[in-house]
Design a protein around this ligand. Sequence first.
Ligand code: PHE
Length: 352
Amino acid sequence: MTSATLDDLVRQAHSSFQAAASPAELENAKAVFLGKSGRLTELMKGLAALNADEKKARGAVINRAKQAIEQALADRRQALAQAELDAQLTAEALDVTLPGRQRTGGGLHPVSLTLERIEAIFGSMGFDVAQGPEIETDWFNFSALNTPEDHPARSMHDTFYVEGGTPQAPLLLRTHTSPMQIRYAVQHVKAHRALIDAGQPMPEIRVIAPGRTYRVDSDATHSPMFHQCEGLWIGQSVSFKDLKFVFSDFCRTFFEMDDLVLRFRPSFFPFTEPSAEIDIQFQSGPLAGRWLEVAGSGQVHPNVVRNMGLDPERYMGFAFGMGPDRLTMLRYGINDLRLFFDGDIRFLSQFQ
Ligand code: PHE
């Protein structure tokens, strides 16, 4: 093969590389010329038949052709890589002149804000915060709380029963946070059993338990799911006067009103004796002068103290259950409870 034909071969390789539109096509084109049985390789093999001088001269010419082909290949590789990069840059181009999207900051739900407030205030009075299950047994929700079999709250009209329980131990969605009185106290008593058995005074139980609760009820002021926050303080001489002090202090701090008036109105709960509804009255603002019910409360019933694993002759205290939804409505002047659970952003964004 003359050097003229070798030049041809270089030209063919060059145009075949140029014609390759992708790296894969280029590799195929390369194989035709530089591959194991490529055209240039075949020429190299032909050298074997020549004598030493011819081999040297011919070899040099073929080598130059080979270098030219390799150079053409490298150029094309580079061009294809550049083209690919350009295409990618165009496809992913950012228009930095576009106006930015408005960042809407998230915020806490108004009821969550209230719960945080409740936890902070009671936390400052030395109360622990506990959480418990929303699916409860009938024991914790009713029986342990001294609630008799025929109590109306136990009926299907008032309580959501759920599958999975047994006739002896039905399961339900807790109707109040009061089962946490028992759950928390039992744990506490277990942790201090040795001390109690030795006749030493047990460290006091002081806890609040906020969370979701459920009842078969639905209108502007009742939702089938709502929130409650339980409070419990048990010690050796914790009395009703401590309840009055603690709850009054809480309400005045919560509403930031020193002149808030409280009323403890005699009532009945199976798990407290005596029992009281707690009403508050604002002295100013749109609700001034009206009595507003915010909690149920009372001295923990001796049977309940016993179910906590304590001797009611030695331990006593109070409990209360308040409605954080109600407190939120009063604090912000909201008149429909359902607004809390609709998830309407126009309503919720007002609390950020
Ligand atoms: N659990 C009662 C209710 O849901 C409230 C309450 C709690 C009353 C603790 C007394 C003591 O109505």
